[in-house]
Design a protein around this ligand. Structure first.
Ligand code: XMP
Length: 317
């Protein structure tokens, strides 16, 4: 019968057989799938697995540094590449959601291809593709999705001509988590909410600037840490904050303010295809709203999204 331990033993043996002494390059996203795929490959081929973790400048606050440290602590041969400025530059003046996604996909592929070229004689591309991705051929998360939906732009980059190795392609998400747990991957990492590949870019409605990213990172961190501290994080499937292209009037002391409005979103779901908004306690929302308005300069209003999917999507863009 299927057990995570059996799966690990069998898969590691298969990977050794298949890959031999070849080198593999793999893009880590900070998400569950790419992480579990990397740890499996690392067990099989050690430092012949070259992991690349790209900072697109659109991750959560401190995420790049803290996740990179965790990867290093797990013994992965990983290179962190901070390409924030390249992404921001490509996004300059873009306010259409699909064009923003395209811009991010394009830069990701360029950065990843540059990094793959640095590895001498790499033969394989490792990916964290899971079974639902195989069926839908569009993945919800991670670099693999970005790559798939954008590889037709301007011919195939060299890394896409590599042979592909996908150790999780027969697994569902809950099985991936169990496999990860059986390899002692940090439960906090395995239990993380899904996070979209384009990151905060699709939660900043309209065009993106470094200042807007900073504001949203602060707001998001207060919300997510608040969920953790209140013991609500694991009761929610996905949560995040959205920076609206709206200023509204407020008062501070004797002064009239005219500042930004943020929306908070938290949903319950099993696969992201449908979702219900979560009935978070009023006291929790009250505290988080106060914290955000008191601590984040430039925000004077917080609203909570009470729309379910369908017809509203989880993301606002
Ligand atoms: P929607 O907004 O379509 O989101 O209800 C469903 C799930 O997909 C994620 N999402 C994305 N993930 N690239 C990704 O990697 C994207 O462009 C993208 N758009 C939405 C979203 O976060 C949710 O989990």
């Amino acid at each position: 019968s299927w057990t995570p331990d059996n799966f690990v033993d069998m898969t590691v043996a298969e990977l050794k057989e298949k890959v031999g002494n070849d080198k593999v390059v793999l893009g880590l996203s900070g998400g569950v799938d790419s992480t579990v795929a990397a740890v499996l490959l690392n067990k099989a081929i050690g430092d012949n697995l070259y992991c690349i973790f790209v900072n697109n400048g659109l991750l959560r606050k401190n995420e790049f540094e803290s996740v990179l440290k965790q990867y290093e602590g797990m013994g992965l041969n990983v290179k962190g590449v901070d390409a924030s400025n390249r992404f921001l530059k490509e996004l300059e003046g873009q306010s259409d959601p699909e064009l923003k996604r395209k811009a991010i996909g394009k830069v990701f592929i360029e950065v990843f291809d540059d990094e793959a070229h640095e590895i001498n004689d790499v033969k394989w591309l490792g990916q964290g593709t899971i079974y639902p991705d195989v069926i839908e051929s569009i993945s919800v998360n991670g670099p693999s999705a970005t790559i798939k939906s954008h590889h037709n732009v301007g011919g195939l980059p060299d890394f896409m001509k590599l042979k592909i190795v996908e150790p999780l392609r027969m697994l569902f998400k809950d099985e991936v988590r169990r496999v990860g747990a059986s390899m002692s991957i940090n439960p906090e990492l395995l239990g993380r909410h899904p996070f979209p590949g384009p990151g905060l870019a699709i939660r900043i409605l309209g065009d993106i600037t470094a200042e807007k990213v900073r504001i949203l990172q602060e707001v998001d961190a207060i919300f997510i840490n608040g969920l953790r501290n209140a013991g609500l994080y694991d009761k929610v499937w996905q949560a995040g904050a959205i920076l609206l292209p709206v200023n509204s009037v407020g008062v501070m002391g004797d002064e009239r303010t005219y500042e930004k409005c943020v929306a908070l979103r938290a949903v319950e779901s099993t696969d992201g295809m449908t979702a219900d908004w979560v009935n978070l306690p009023y006291e929790f929302l009250q505290k988080v709203s106060n914290d955000i308005i008191n601590k984040v300069k430039g925000v004077n209003r917080v609203v909570y999204d009470i729309s379910s999917k369908p017809p509203a999507t989880i993301e606002w863009e």
